[in-house]
Design a protein around this ligand. Structure first.
Ligand SMILES: C[S@@+](CC[C@H](N)C(=O)[O-])C[C@H]1O[C@@H](n2cnc3c(N)ncnc32)[C@H](O)[C@@H]1O
Length: 193
């Protein structure tokens, strides 16, 4: 079977980057709003990579499922979870044709990844009262390569407009990010109880 080009690209990056990827820090959005997280429950780290955010959630007591198209990233995540002795399961999944069970997750995190097909799937997959933490890059340059990978202004907020919006901001990523576009849109929203 042919390997998906994104899987090839990211497997290569994670192989080259080795442990470097594991030394990154979770995004400020999650650190600043850590008080919102439940003490237990099931979380989904979507397009997790090496699951920096999933591991952070697992260390706080949540059970975490990390999904990504890169098996190399997920292998690094599992290794780190074993060392930390936390509950983190992984599955290789192409999120461009996502399916998730309904009313299953207490928390979903999606960082630095955009696949619009996930919006309705995330809305459905959260339990009532469940939280989504979403942050990814905003299209500030109309001539950017891969324009579909960037949010249009307000798009994220509209996608979760039926949820209670707890936090919404447009912000600049500093330091850790190598992407050309560095302006992100952040959203924390809660599904109706
Ligand atoms: C910029 S990284 C972000 C990783 C992680 N969320 C973080 O913030 O550290 C983007 C991730 O999206 C994954 N990815 C790319 N295309 C994908 C797809 N179609 N389905 C699932 N994951 C995908 C890549 O393998 C990579 O791990």
């Amino acid at each position: 079977m042919k390997t998906h080009p994104d899987a090839r690209r990211w497997n290569h990056r994670y192989t080259q980057g080795g442990d470097g990827w594991l030394n990154g820090r979770p995004r400020r959005l999650l650190l600043d709003f850590v008080r919102l997280l439940p003490a237990s429950g099931l979380a989904l780290d979507a397009a997790a990579g090496v699951a920096l955010h999933g591991l952070f959630l697992a260390e706080r007591g949540l059970h975490v499922i990390a999904l990504d198209i890169s098996e190399v990233g997920l292998r690094l995540a599992r290794q780190r979870a074993r060392v930390k002795e936390v509950w983190l399961e992984t599955a290789v999944l192409d999120l461009s044709s996502p399916w998730l069970p309904a009313n299953t997750f207490d928390v979903i995190v999606n960082f630095s990844f955009l696949e619009r097909a996930t919006f309705p799937v995330f809305r459905r997959a959260l339990k009532p009262g469940g939280l989504i933490f979403f942050e990814t890059f905003l299209k500030t340059d109309p001539n950017v390569d891969y324009p579909d990978h960037y949010l249009n202004p307000g798009e994220l907020r509209r996608a979760f407009s039926e949820f209670e919006i707890i936090h919404h901001a447009v912000t600049e990523v500093t330091g850790e990010c190598s992407a050309r576009q560095k302006i992100t849109e952040q959203l924390i929203a809660q599904k109706q109880k």
